[in-house]
Design a protein around this ligand. Structure first.
Ligand code: TGC
Ligand code: FAD
Length: 392
């Protein structure tokens, strides 16, 4: 990869709406990414491996549990800070942001919101520093968009439960110390269960062969009569609403992250278009290329404003799940479109790993599918505005 020259783009002076603390947090994340991740990210993607040596650094910049209170090992920041960190991570790579999203919103959040004081004190501080990594098991081989149909289940046995089933497509599963697993009890009610690596009958095979999100480790979670202490069950909330509540937080982070990926593609294409000469002129001087760039920055700017407003609503505790769905869907779709247009602007160079665009484009194919597909988020909006459920 070339030297990372990214500087950020703020066409509607959005920085004026941020606090000094927001800007400091964003700039610190940006500098860390440039120094520690940009030089190695293409190799990581090529080798299909998440660079685990980055975990303490992610903890240090506040990427693990940004909005979790400091007493539990989080950074105690607001929702906009969380979003800005996700934007900076995904500006480099969606897989990097994925690791932070899963750790913060899908592992620390449910323990913080639905766990006991003992569980919070046992797990959250280690997760906050990155000493421990967690993963989130909701999707199953036969239940993706419809997680309510899950078959992973447990039965009680004295002070323990016995867990059976399988989860698939789980980010960070191959190296996580703990998994927050969603399973049905004997009454068919969904609960979160913290499963620890080393428990007998628990395995986490790696899934290889992805052309997308290659710098993120994805795996299965297999439970073969795993004995888990009842003390590991998250008891403060049950039902499908419990995992979906975590997804609200993660989807909000993705809405910011996708802007980061789009900004990096736009930044790369803009710079290239000023340097690349054809027919005696920089290609930036041709109307067709200007149309692409003008439309990119217009769509990025609209997404930035939508998402900042969503962050304000989240800070006030007023955002709805449907608003989050709209932002996630819009921003990821916008980022894929920007990536495709940017790639064309680089001509043949656009397919090379010397530039980040093709990697972003492939990554975003996962981002548009996970945490609720593009179609599912449209149906959530449709149901919200009409009152009619078109899922079933
Ligand atoms: P439905 O009957 O609508 O709802 C069941 C219960 O859940 C409540 N609820 C929510 N609660 C909190 N937040 C939300 N966003 C909620 N949406 C619904 C709802 O009120 C109800 O509560 P109650 O008390 O009445 O029981 O459920 P449904 O079975 O019809 O499904 C609805 C649907 C399709 C929208 C939902 O299942 C869905 O979102 N499906 C998509 C699945 C998904 O997003 N999976 C993500 C897996 S994790 C992942 O991808 C991580 S990627 C990580 C990375 O690397 O970044
Ligand atoms: P399906 O549900 O089979 O959908 C297939 C197609 O049918 C889609 O286009 C969908 O939009 C459409 N469809 C489905 N239902 C409807 C409907 N009612 N109406 C109209 N169209 C419909 N999951 C986790 O639990 N934890 C993780 O950490 C995690 N990480 C992931 C990492 C990666 C790289 C990927 C790719 C996925 C990850 N997932 C994870 C799984 C992800 O959440 C699911 O892939 C996603 O929810 C979609 O499920 P599915 O792939 O089974 O698709």
């Amino acid at each position: 990869m070339r030297t990372d020259l990214y500087t950020g783009h703020d066409y509607f002076n959005m920085d004026d709406l941020l606090t000094e603390e927001h800007k400091l947090i964003r700039d610190a994340a940006r500098e860390w990414v440039k120094k520690e991740v940009s030089p190695i990210i293409e190799d990581a993607a090529e080798n299909q491996v998440f660079p685990q040596h980055l975990l303490p650094g992610l903890g240090a910049i506040g990427a693990f549990g940004p909005y979790i209170p400091e007493q539990y090992g989080g950074a105690g920041l607001d929702q906009i800070s969380y979003g800005l960190i996700m934007q900076e991570l995904e500006r480099c790579d969606s897989g990097l942001r994925s690791t932070a999203s899963v750790q913060s919103s899908l592992v620390m959040y449910p323990i913080w919101k639905y766990g006991s004081e003992e569980q919070k004190m046992k797990y959250l501080p280690k997760l906050g520093t990155g000493e421990w990594i967690g993963c989130f098991g909701l999707t199953e081989p036969d239940h993706g968009s419809n997680p309510g149909g899950m078959t992973t289940s447990y039965v009680e046995d004295g002070d323990d439960v016995i867990l059976n089933g399988a989860k698939m497509w789980i980010s960070n599963a191959p190296f996580a110390q703990i998994a927050v697993v969603w399973a049905k009890n004997e009454a068919g009610r969904i609960h979160g269960v913290i499963v620890e690596r080393g428990m007998e009958g628990f395995s986490t095979p790696t899934m290889k062969g992805k052309w997308s999100l290659r710098a993120s480790d994805t795996g299965e979670l297999i439970f073969d009569n795993v004995r888990v202490p009842k003390a590991n069950i998250l008891t403060e909330k049950s039902g499908l609403g419990a995992p979906l509540g975590c997804l609200d937080s993660a989807r909000y982070g993705i809405a910011w992250g996708a802007i980061g990926a789009a900004l990096d593609c736009y930044d790369t294409a803009l710079r290239y278009s000023k340097e690349r000469m054809q027919f005696g002129k920089p290609i930036a001087a041709f109307q067709l290329q200007q149309k692409k760039l003008a439309e990119m920055i217009t769509e990025i700017t609209k997404a930035q404003l939508l998402t900042l407003r969503l962050g304000q609503l989240r800070n006030e505790g007023k955002s709805t799940s449907a608003q989050i769905s709209m932002a996630k869907r819009n921003n990821v779709d916008m980022a894929i479109t920007v990536a495709r247009e940017a790639r064309q602007m680089l001509g043949a160079m656009g397919i090379m790993n010397e530039y980040p665009i093709m990697r972003h484009m492939m990554n975003l194919e996962s981002v548009i599918t996970y945490e609720g597909t593009h179609d599912i988020h449209l149906l959530i909006t449709g149901m919200d505005i009409t009152g009619e459920n078109a899922f079933k």
